[in-house]
Write a protein that binds this ligand. Structure first.
Ligand code: PLP
Length: 259
């Protein structure tokens, strides 16, 4: 079990009014920053969706973000999905929210697929045809249809998951042909460096890959439009490079107390 799951009750539903205000301020600040970055580069407001990255946050904290306007959340760990998803969905519906998007943005081992399939609508962290095939098979047996993104390791950093960029085009074509899942986007994590040009190069490369896939005109590829790229520290670059989903944790909820 991951250590922090012993420190914090992620199923907790009640947070202090001060904490709720802090989170609402984080959501509003981040939405404004997205809006500013979008208009500065001449893109349409609304082109870029803000996904709240909710790892290590409890149910009450997530609900505060939904109350403040978040409509898509992303969890990293299947175990956290299991602990939180039922309550988050139930409380969201009770609050009148019926359009909550629930993404998985972290690695998914085969033996955890069945645990997340009932809860998530999109798995952004698929790094191979083999993994996509397993998800598709399980989705069909659960009578679910899932959206998947191919995650590409554009920075080549060894600590990062994702498909090798040289294989990404072929993997994406094959994933798009599967039943049970739709390939609706590509995802990457920005290079962990200070150099703007290096960070941007990864984002540009992902956008070009998306454009090449769309240009094939293939059946399963017409929906492959989303580019999930950009986090708290690099979302302005990502938006300039064509991101359609930015995944923000720290900017909304503050620093994580544990990883
Ligand atoms: C944690 C995480 C984020 C958000 O990171 P912040 O720097 O806190 O905004 C985005 N994407 C993935 C895959 C993550 O694991």
């Amino acid at each position: 079990m991951t250590a922090y799951l012993e420190h914090k009750d992620l199923a907790n539903e009640k947070i202090s009014p001060e904490r709720a205000t802090q989170i609402a301020d984080g959501v509003h600040r981040t939405l404004e920053a997205v809006e500013r970055a979008t208009s500065e580069v001449g893109r349409y407001s609304g082109d870029v969706k803000l996904l709240a990255a909710t790892k290590t946050r409890d149910v009450g904290e997530i609900l505060a973000a939904l109350d403040a306007g978040i409509r898509t959340i992303g969890e990293n760990r299947p175990q956290e999905v299991q602990i939180k998803a039922e309550a988050v969905k139930r409380l969201a519906v009770a609050a009148g929210i019926d359009d909550l998007g629930f993404h998985l943005i972290g690695q998914l081992q085969s033996n955890k697929i069945n645990k997340v399939i009932p809860w998530v609508d999109t798995i952004e962290s698929v790094d191979s045809l083999a993994e996509a095939t397993k998800i598709a098979t399980r989705a069909i047996s659960h009578e679910r249809h899932l959206n998947v993104f191919l995650e590409v390791n554009e920075s080549g950093e060894e600590s990062k998951s994702g498909c090798d960029p040289t294989r990404a085009y072929d993997e994406a074509l094959a994933i798009a042909a599967l039943d049970g899942v739709s390939l609706t986007g590509l995802m990457t994590i920005g290079a962990h460096v200070d150099d703007e040009a290096t960070i941007r190069a990864g984002f540009t490369h992902l956008r070009e890959l998306r454009d090449r896939l769309l240009a094939t005109g293939g059946d399963g590829l017409a929906q492959c439009r989303d580019l999930s790229m950009g986090m708290t520290s690099d979302m302005e670059y990502a938006i300039d490079e064509g991101s359609t989903i930015v995944r923000v944790g720290t900017g909304i909820f503050g620093e994580r107390a544990f990883i």
